[in-house]
Write a protein that binds this ligand. Sequence first.
Ligand code: HEC
Ligand code: HEC
Ligand code: HEC
Ligand code: HEC
Ligand code: HEC
Length: 644
Amino acid sequence: MKMTFKTILIGGLAVFFAVVATAVFAPTLTWNPEQTTIAHEYTADQMAGRELFYSNGCNYCHTQYVREEDTAMGAVSNGGNYVFDSPMILGSERTGPDLSYVGRKRSEEWEIQHLKSPRDVSPLSIMPNFNFLSDDQLKSIASYLFALGDRVAQERMIRPPDVYEGVLNPQDYPIVQPSSSGDPQGWSMWEADNLQNGKETYVKYCLTCHGCSGNGLGSYGGTLIVTPANFKQEPFKSMPDEEWMWHVSEGIPGTVMPTWKLSLSEEERWNVVRYIQRIYAQPVMHDPDEGDPSGAYANLTNPLPASTEILDEGKQIFTRECLVCHGDAGTGHGPYRDIIQPGPPDFSDGSYGTLDNPVYTDSDYFWRISEGVPWTAMPAWKIHYDEEARWKLVHYVRGLFTQTEKIPEMADPGNEVAQIYYDQRMPETASYDRGQTIFVEQCAHCHGLAGDGQGWDGLYLNPVPANFHDMLGSSLTPADEGTYFAKLTFGIHNSAMPSWGEWLPERDRWDTIKYVTDSFMMGKPVTESVYNNGAISSEFLLASSDVYLSEGHTIIAENGPPLYAQYCATCHGDTGAGDGPGNQDNASEGPAPFPQDMSEAYIYWRTWDGVPDSLMYPFKWLLNDQQVWEITTYMTQTLLAGGQ
Ligand code: HEC
Ligand code: HEC
Ligand code: HEC
Ligand code: HEC
Ligand code: HEC
C-alpha cells in the first residue's frame, strides 16, 4: 500500500485507539475485583471528609497504597480495597506517611489537634496547619481517616490481640513513694524491681529513637517522618500494661517501631516497659539514693591525665550526649530540664566539694556516669561508651563544672585548631536575625545578653566566658571571622565553651558569628529611645495584666525583680536609666533611659516582640507569657513608679 498522508493518519489513529482500548477501557470495563474486608461504603460524614481530604490537597503528601517493597507498613494493597472509591485517587508523593491503615491508630482528639497544629503533637512535622477548617470539617476528616484500613484490623488497632489481653506485669511492684531520709530505697529497691535492667535495655535499644528524655526526639528518632512516641503525652499516663506489652512486642504497623519480641525476652520487655512507665510516663518521685560506689566501682582513681586533649574529647561527648539535660554550663539548664523529673543536678551548687576538699571522688563520678542514677532519667552510659570515654567525661565534669580537679592553664586561647578553618570566610548569606535567635537561646546564658561574658549560668566557670566587648574591633579582619568560626566549631581548649560543631549546623554557626561580630565587637549603635509617644502595634493594643489575670493565669509579683535583674538590668541598669554594666565598655551607648509614662501594653509589646534592628531581643524566645507579665508589672508598679 502506498504511504499517503491519509493512510498514515488512519493507521496512526487505529493504533492509538487500539492502545487506548486495551490499556484504558478494557481494564476499566473488566475490572471487577472481589471486595475485601477493607472496602466499605462511606457514611455521609465520611464522604464529606473524603472530599475535604482531596480538596485540601492531603493526597499531595499522603498516599493510600502499600506496595510489595513497603515493609512494615501493613498488608500489601489489593484492588478490592478500593471498590467504593470513586474516583480513585491514591496519591504518588510520600512527603508524609502512607495512610492506608491509619484508621483507629489514634484518637479523634489526636487527629483534630494534629490537623489544627501538627507540631503540637509531632514536634518536627512539616505538615501544614489546617486550623482554618471549621470544627465540623475537622471532625469529618477525622471520621474519614478512621474509615481507612481493615474493618477487622481496625479492631486490632485499638484492642490488643488475644495473647496480650489482660496481661499484667508479672512482678507486682509496689509503687514506691518518696522515701523519707534513712529509708534505703535507692539502689536496692531499684535493682530488686529489675528497673536497672530495664534502664539498660532502654539505653541500648530505645534511646536513639525515643530519646533520653522520652520525648521521641532521640538522635535518630528526630529524623523520622513519624516521630517515635513521646512518653510524656497523655495517653501513656494511663495506658494499661496489656497495651504496653502488645505494642512493645509487636511494634507499630506503618512505622519503624520494631517488633521487639524477636530480639528481647519477655522478661526484658516487661522490665523496659516498667522503666518507661516509672521514669517517663507515670514518674514516681523518689529521693535518689545518695549511696556509695561499691564492688567494682569502689576506690577508683582516674587512670587518664587531665590533659587538654582528654578534656577536649570529654567535652565532645558531653556536648553530644549530656548537654540536653545538664546544660552546657553544667547548671542543669539544658533544653530538657523541664521534661524530666527529677531534673538534672546543678554542678555549680557547691555540694561537690572544692579543689582541696572534694566531696565527690573519681569513683563517685565514674559510677554515676556508668550506671546512671536510680529513679532518674540519667542514662547508664556504660552501654554506649567504653571505660576510657567515661573517664574522659569524669575529667571534663570535675575539672570544668565542679572544679574539684585542676585543669591545665590555658596556654593559648588563640587555639591552634583555628588554623584549620583559618581560610574560611563568612558566607554572604549569613543572617544577623537568625544569629540573634540562636545567640539568645544558646549563648546568652554564658556570654550574657549584652555579650559581656556575664551570663547567669556561666559566671562561676573558670575561665569565665569571653567578653566580646574586649574584642571590639575596628581591626576585625575577615581572617578573624574564620578564627571565631573555628573556635565555635571546636570549642575553646580547657574551658566550658562547647564544641558547637557537635550541636549546631554550619549555617547556624555562621549566623551567630555574624550576630556576635556585628552587634558586640563592631558595636551596633543604639542610642535613642524608640518610644514615640507609645504607639503600639495593633495586635497588642488591648494587652493588659487585668485581662491576662481574668483569663485564669497568674502573675507572681515576687518573680518580677529577679527576672528583671537577670534579663534586663545588664543593659537597662537596675533603675532603668540605661546604664547597665553590659553597656559600659561598649563603643556604642546603651539604651536610653526608660520613658516614665510607658503603658503596660507598650512595655509588654516591646519586651515580647523586641525592638527591630537593635539589641533589644524579642524575649518571647527566652521567656513565657507569665514571666513577661511579671517583669511588666514590676516595671509599671515599682521601677517606673519611682520605687526600686
Ligand atoms: C506538605 C505535606 C503534607 C500535607 C499537605 C498534609 N500532610 Fe499529613 N503529614 C505530613 C507529614 C510530613 C506527616 C508526618 C509528621 C506528622 O505526624 O505530622 C504527616 C502526618 C499525618 C498523619 C499521621 C500519620 C501517622 O501515621 O502518623 C495524618 C493522619 C495526616 N498527616 C493527615 C493529613 C490530612 C488529613 C491532610 C489534609 C487535610 C494532610 N495530612 C496534609 C505531611 C503532609
Ligand atoms: C527505630 C526507632 C525506634 C526504636 C529503636 C524504638 N522505637 Fe518505639 N516507637 C517508634 C515509633 C516510630 C513509634 C510510633 C509512634 C506513633 O505511632 O506515633 C514508636 C512507638 C512506641 C510505643 C507507643 C505505642 C503506642 O501506643 O502508640 C512504645 C510503648 C514504644 N515505642 C516502646 C519502645 C521500646 C520499649 C523500645 C526499645 C526496646 C522502642 N520503642 C524502640 C520508633 C522506635
Ligand atoms: C536525660 C537527661 C540526662 C542526660 C542525657 C544525662 N544526664 Fe546526668 N543526670 C541526670 C539526672 C536526672 C541526674 C540525677 C539527678 C539527681 O540525682 O537528682 C543526673 C546525674 C548525673 C551525675 C551525678 C550527679 C550527682 O549529684 O550524683 C553525673 C556525674 C552525671 N549525671 C553526668 C552525666 C554525663 C557525663 C552525661 C553524658 C554522658 C549525662 N549525665 C547525661 C540527667 C541526665
Ligand atoms: C557554657 C558556657 C558557654 C556557652 C554556652 C558559650 N560559650 Fe563561648 N565561651 C565560653 C568560654 C568559657 C570561653 C573562653 C573564654 C576565654 O577564652 O577565656 C568562650 C569563648 C568564646 C569565643 C572566643 C573568644 C576568643 O577569646 O577568641 C567565641 C567566639 C565564643 N565563645 C562564641 C560563642 C557563641 C557564638 C556561643 C553560642 C553559640 C557560645 N560562645 C556559647 C563559654 C560559653
Ligand atoms: C542587650 C541589651 C538589652 C537587654 C538585655 C534588654 N534590652 Fe530593652 N532595649 C535595649 C535597646 C538597645 C532598646 C532600644 C533603644 C532604646 O530604647 O534606647 C531597648 C528598648 C526597650 C524598651 C522600649 C523603650 C523605648 O524607649 O521605647 C523596653 C520597654 C525594653 N527595652 C524593655 C526591656 C526589658 C523588660 C528587658 C528584660 C526582659 C530588656 N529590655 C532587656 C537593649 C536591651
